[in-house]
Ligand binder design. Sequence first.
Ligand code: NAD
Length: 274
Amino acid sequence: MTVPTIKLNDGREIPQLGFGVFQIEPGDTAEKVRAALDVGYRHIDTAQMYGNEEGVGKAIADSGIPRDELWITTKLNNDGHGRESAVSKLDESLTKLGLDHVDLYLIHWPRPKENRYVETWQGLEDAQKAGKALSIGVSNFQPGHLDRLAAETPTVPAINQIEFHPHLVQRELREYLQQHDIALEAWSPIGQGKGLLDAPELKEIAERVGKSAAQVVLRWHIQLGNIVFPKSNNPERIKENSEIFDFALSEDDIAAVEKLHTGERIGPDPDDFG
Ligand code: NAD
């Protein structure tokens, strides 16, 4: 499987498709990640909050895949905001993952009411300088949060990982990220499956192009330039979700998927959460 890469503002290249492990049981994680690695995924998205970094580490170690062929992302837990804590929490993650660096370290949520995300970001800058995280970024940041980082710190995040799927096409935020050369990672890219994938508009395109509704939605993200890491516990779906590089959607199809926007979130509003 050849997966396209996206060039980040720090010069590094990230595979546009990965495997997400949110809500995969810690005891099952090694097996599921191994299934993904076996069909060619080379990018894994985990987080301290998911409690399954050890399983990701075990799958990496057992696979024998050279470290420099893998892209591993983890995220700082909400209870770890603060400059020093951001680094020490990454040290804990590295121990669990059995790695000496991650490819990407993200602040999971901005927690604006706690208002420590600027100093936390400085901790991520420290981790990057120490070689513990090769790229650094944020998740669930709104333009106002990114404006503060730009005003108060020297490093622009390489990535913002945000909720983004056909029901939540974040036009303004997407434009902001494009203008500031911040890559967009789309979480819950297929809207967690339920509901969204039954849309007749998706079924019609899927039948016409000979793919599943999930593949159509993932392909839509790829053509928008988003980075995606769909999650599944099912080996057949894990494989299915990776088979999205042998067809293309027309501009009309892309527009039709975008029309499914309802503005409904699956997750919390980042301004209120944490
Ligand atoms: P997702 O959109 O990837 O959907 C996963 C669900 O969709 C599965 O549990 C399954 O029920 C269904 N599914 C998967 N493949 C399918 C297929 N081919 N056909 C039909 N149904 C299918 O949702 P997600 O897991 O919430 O998001 C993906 C990843 O994004 C996570 O694993 C995690 O890594 C990341 N994430 C990040 C945040 C954040 O705050 N940064 C929040 C949520 C998720």
